[in-house]
Design a protein around this ligand. Sequence first.
Ligand SMILES: *Cc1c(COP(=O)(O)O)cnc(C)c1O
Length: 460
Amino acid sequence: MSRFAHPAGDRHAEVLPEERPPHAPADLNALNPALWPRTSERIDGTITIGGVDVRDLAAKYGSPLLVMDEEDFRSRCRDYRASFHDGDVHYAGKAFLCREVARWIMQEGLGLDVCSAGELAVALSVGFPPERITMHGNNKSAAELERAVVTGVGHIVADSFEEIARLGYLADKHGVRPKVMIRVTVGVEAHTHEFIATAHDDQKFGLSLNSGAAAEAVRRVLALPSLELVGLHSHIGSQISDTAGFEVAARRLAGLLAQIKDEHGVVLPELDLGGGYGIPYLDGDDAPDIKLIAESLREIVANVCASARLPLPRLTVEPGRSITGLAGITLYEVGTVKDVEGLRTYVSVDGGMSDNIRTALYGAEYTARLASRSSEAAPMLSRLVGKHCESGDMVIRDLYLPADLAPGDLIAVAGTGAYCRSLANNYNYLPKPAVVAVSGGQARVIVQRETEEDLLRGQL
Ligand SMILES: *Cc1c(COP(=O)(O)O)cnc(C)c1O
């Protein structure tokens, strides 16, 4: 069982990692290549990414700073494209989307998933081809659906009966015939935190396979000539390292394809298996191998389809975290260092739950290193905390940092490229940090740091 697995019914196990005694890593300066951006290295003691020294980044752009390794991001896009060469790869924009990232996705030949009008607007603003966009969401507004229909997005994933009726109406109104998929809840208990598991029956996403709601949704879409039903969609959750869940979902979804052929004589050409592939955050974490996943999913779907005498549907996957997560690191400057006698040292940084709420939200874990220099000092049990007015404002609950850590040092937190910037907030009126992309020894701002003016804009 992976670290993320826990017995059913004990879903809070991840939130209380207190009992797990942290152990000091052998080398506090080491950068495990499985956890750090592909171009990162330590040169003369200092971490560089994309050939750029983190001290220069902090001096020029300030901190906290989200640093994106462009080559890392793009190379993971290429890895996915190679593994799913006979299918489609859609990047899930909600993991981290800005205009420049949308361009990277477009240039690397991937499609894009959006789940709001805002995400759609980001993509369209850089000329992203609408036919390569899929629109998701459990509660798309009428305006969002209309925007998707009018824009001509490639696929709309229907999540409820109301939405199917609305889509039918909008398609008639605009004289178009959008491609529709049904979001199927396949009843898989994904081994991940409750808040990011999405395929057990008792939750807000999708139409249940077990209850027959999914089959009913298929009937309703097929009854509307203005909608083109092209396939089924399933997404079982996020940060999943045990591949069994993906395989069960693929088998059940393909089974429903066969059932649809029996009932309606209709052969749906597409199957979208969603995203959720986990990434390593800590030394020793295991993460699924994309190539192996691609092979096993293809084989499972091929087997089910062969026994039902169905042609192989075109497969789509929708990775978010596993493309952008490890490409990003957050740089913080150390401020207060407080030794709480006999317990641990609280190391405060200049951001926190406003730029990374995942630790507070669901007990996420991260690896961090002193970045602006190396140190041979002894390991010091620490808690990396933010500057917000909540004691739950932690970036890393337990970690070891060198005992000579001092105010002004820079700390880099690995694996913050996904679901950090996109969940960022302005708690305590902190401006959201800048995002810089580094590549080939150059850095450039791709999202500007918010200013006080930004924070005050729009207020009476
Ligand atoms: C969130 C989401 C994804 C991406 O999940 P990751 O864990 O980031 O890979 C893919 N598809 C759908 C429908 C999603 O909601």
